[in-house]
Design a protein around this ligand. Structure first.
Ligand SMILES: CC(C)(COP(=O)(O)OP(=O)(O)OC[C@H]1O[C@@H](n2cnc3c(N)ncnc32)[C@H](O)[C@@H]1OP(=O)(O)O)[C@@H](O)C(=O)NCCC(=O)NCCS
Length: 178
């Protein structure tokens, strides 16, 4: 997709719903995208199988899977989509792919009614904060956050506190493109 000078070689980036056949490639991509938590391959297969409507795969003919977003509708709030993980292959970063996948995610038949996006981010993940702040300003929304899954209360000291980020989206129906 990128040559040494950062030029996009592929003209055919595809964003689509995952299928079971994508599970292993997603698992490999997540392993290459520190600091993401690695899940079991089985977890990724269930996401592809049961949550395909709220997950996004990005692929090119040359490189296969270069991007992934996993998400689900919040069971107690049908207007809110929760984004679990966003992963962009190291050599495809900085070209807006993360933002493109988030926009794609909320423009589907299944999701275009949502008024909120949520995700959790640790305070030290600069790239993730930048991605969601940029997405918020592009969509014309408002971003708030507060500690949610806490280091000692919930992770037993094994993981930094995850802040729940809530993006109140101003636009529903036809969304701004990426
Ligand atoms: C976070 C991640 C998905 C961003 O993907 P991406 O396609 O490179 O993001 P974009 O190109 O859409 O960039 C969005 C914004 O983030 C900024 N950004 C990207 N990487 C950054 C970094 N390391 N530090 C600070 N800002 C960064 C970009 O400059 C851009 O802002 P701008 O448009 O104002 O310039 C990617 O870096 C990644 O996979 N990281 C590892 C896994 C991870 O941490 N995932 C997020 C947690 S769920």
């Amino acid at each position: 997709m990128l040559d040494g000078s950062g030029t996009i070689q592929s003209t055919t980036l595809t964003l689509r719903k995952p299928t079971r056949e994508d599970g292993e490639a997603i698992w490999q991509l997540i392993r290459a995208c520190k600091p993401l938590d690695e899940n079991s391959m089985y977890c990724n297969l269930v996401q592809c199988d049961h949550f395909a409507d709220t997950c996004v795969i990005a692929e090119t003919p040359e490189q296969g899977v270069v991007g992934w977003v996993s998400g689900h509708m919040v069971p107690s709030d049908p207007d809110t989509i929760f984004v679990w993980q966003v992963a962009v292959s190291p050599d495809a970063r900085g070209m807006g792919l993360g933002g493109k996948m988030l926009s794609h995610l909320i423009n589907r038949e299944h999701t275009k009614h949502v008024t909120r996006m949520q995700t959790t981010i640790t305070l030290d993940n600069d790239a993730s904060w930048a991605l969601f702040k940029r997405f918020t300003s592009r969509m014309g929304g408002e971003l708030t956050h507060e500690p949610h899954f806490k280091r000692n209360d919930h992770f037993g000291g094994h993981h930094d506190t995850e802040h729940m980020v809530t993006i109140q989206l101003r636009e529903t129906g036809v969304r701004k493109a990426a």
